[in-house]
Design a protein around this ligand. Structure first.
Ligand code: NAG
Ligand code: NAG
Ligand code: NAG
Ligand code: NAG
Length: 467
């Protein structure tokens, strides 16, 4: 035994003497010929087929190739879990009396980005902020039906306790209960209750020292390993897995439960009227969806969320048609379980989708939204992300608050490494939406890329001024 172990170590040694990637550096991906190990203190983490990178963390390094990796854990537990409560059907937001009923069976076809202001049942375009609430509810339901799956409303029981920097949350909905916890790091300055940022994983943007950091282990709620992890995670213990909610929907639900818990736990010393949410890459997709579905989030900061986050499905398909290696809807569903199974029927023909991601800001308006992107790395869909969110910002313009949404795209940095040239913009959004400096200038739409975007091919509508 000891002999075998020693020889394995000897065999493994050369692996560790090869050049290692720095924190935030690339460490794998199709076509990657550079180092596949990371400097100590960081872990090589797969983002997608084209990109793995060294993320800060204290987990042990991945096993060397000379030691066979352990078999994948089974996705379902061997003991039969208690029967989950069934997911609610229909529109999660409460019906608004003056809103028209959303048709049950929608046949839609549009190669352009759907008009944000045209109700799905046809009729008059939205012209007031009151009517926008009906359209907001409609967009929310369409995203849930056809792409994300149901984001369930608040369950019947949410309890919480706070001790030693850990907020423990227990949730039940008449059936089994689940518990999960988040860590809260109090800020070094300021007076309680503190503003806070909920970070999927850990923040990869600089957080002001007067803002608390809440770390959300989203993978605990819904696993995002590969297509085999569908239905794995605490969300599915509670609600079952009938392939309705994908991971993005499950995580958004989790963020809402964190806010519920903060509201009933004053000892956590967090001001729930001043909450932000952030995440990068796959977790950036999570952050923008959480901001879209949780109105108690004052500021949403998706970072390099790309395809499935800031990018539009239609624009990514366009990029692909231009010969670029962008991640499209039909590719992304072969990678992971971020979306509902219901999305699968649309991915080879995204023109049939009655929503696209320029409508996500329409669920967030007028709350703060800063979309941070990189310029290159094709799978992020640089053109798609930037143009999609520029179009989405027209909803903020219509609402009369264009500067509550910023779009900033800067290249020449590693994935999820925050460039200092975006610092002033980030600071401005924190100041305005979390730190009470309402008059801060947040007029930000910029890219250091240059794109040849055939706008009229994708937009056939004008932007109204909502009364
Ligand atoms: C799955 O959940 C959805 C959303 O609540 C519901 O509409 C549907 O009936 C469920 N399907 C099954 C087979 O339970
Ligand atoms: C929806 O409409 C299509 C086309 O008209 C029809 O084939 C289908 O049966 C309808 N589905 C439901 C659930 O009504
Ligand atoms: C970021 O953009 C630069 C080009 O501006 C590119 O070289 C780099 O690979 C990109 N990184 C990622 C991870 O997108
Ligand atoms: C706000 O900032 C933008 C971008 O830096 C700048 O162009 C604009 O002039 C500023 N507006 C005011 C009122 O200072």
């Amino acid at each position: 035994m000891a002999f075998h172990f020693a020889s394995l170590l000897l065999l493994a040694l050369p692996v560790f003497t090869r050049a290692q990637s720095p924190v935030w550096g690339q460490c794998g991906g199709l076509g990657w010929t550079g180092p596949t190990t990371c400097v100590s203190g960081s872990v090589c983490t797969r983002s997608n087929d084209w990109y793995s990178q060294c993320l800060p963390g204290n987990q042990p390094p991945p096993p060397s190739t000379t030691i066979p990796p352990p078999a994948d854990p089974p996705i379902t537990t061997t003991s039969t879990p208690p029967p989950p409560t069934s997911l609610p059907t229909g529109a999660p937001p409460p019906p608004i009396p003056f809103c028209a009923t959303i048709p049950g069976n929608i046949t839609y076809s549009n190669t352009r980005l759907p008009d944000p202001f045209l109700p799905i049942g046809g009729g008059t375009r939205v012209s007031t902020k009151g009517q926008w609430e009906c359209r907001r509810r409609e967009i929310s339901e369409l995203f849930q039906r056809y792409e994300l799956g149901v984001v369930p409303p608040k369950p019947s029981s949410v309890t919480a306790s706070f001790s030693g920097g850990t907020l423990s949350i227990t949730v039940a909905n008449g059936g089994p209960s689940i518990s999960f916890s988040v860590s809260i790091t109090a800020p070094s300055t300021g007076t309680a209750p503190f503003p806070a940022i909920i970070a999927y994983g850990a923040p990869s943007i600089p957080v002001p020292n007067s803002v608390a950091v809440i770390r959300f282990n989203n993978d605990d709620i819904a696993v995002q390993q590969n297509t085999g992890s569908r239905g794995s995670g605490k969300f599915y213990t509670l609600y079952g897995n009938n392939h309705s909610a994908g991971a993005l929907a499950a995580w958004a639900w989790g963020v809402s439960r964190i806010v519920d818990a903060l509201e009933i736990t004053p000892s956590a010393r967090i001001d729930t009227t001043r909450l932000a949410v952030t995440g990068c890459s796959r977790n950036g997709k999570g952050a923008i969806v959480a901001g879209a579905f949780e109105p108690r989030i004052a500021l949403t900061i998706p970072q390099e969320s790309g395809s499935g986050g800031s990018a539009c499905w239609r624009l990514s398909d366009y990029q692909k048609s231009q010969g670029q290696n962008v991640q499209t809807a039909s590719q992304i569903i072969t990678e992971n379980v971020w979306f509902s199974k219901n999305f699968d029927t649309f991915t080879s023909q995204v023109s049939r989708l009655s929503v696209d991601h320029h409508l996500l800001p329409g669920l967030i308006v007028p709350r703060g939204l800063l979309v941070i992107e990189n310029t290159s790395q094709e799978w992020l869909g640089a053109l798609s992300s930037y143009q999609c969110q520029r179009v989405g910002r027209r909803i903020y313009e219509a609402y009369g608050v264009p500067n509550n949404m910023g779009v900033s795209q800067v290249g020449n940095h590693n994935h999820c490494a925050f460039p200092s040239s975006q610092q002033a913009e980030l600071t401005a959004f924190f100041n305005k939406f979390l730190l009470g400096q309402g008059s801060t200038n947040t007029s930000i739409v910029r890219t250091d890329g240059s794109f040849n975007f055939p706008e009229t091919q994708f937009i056939d509508w004008t932007t109204p001024t909502l009364a």
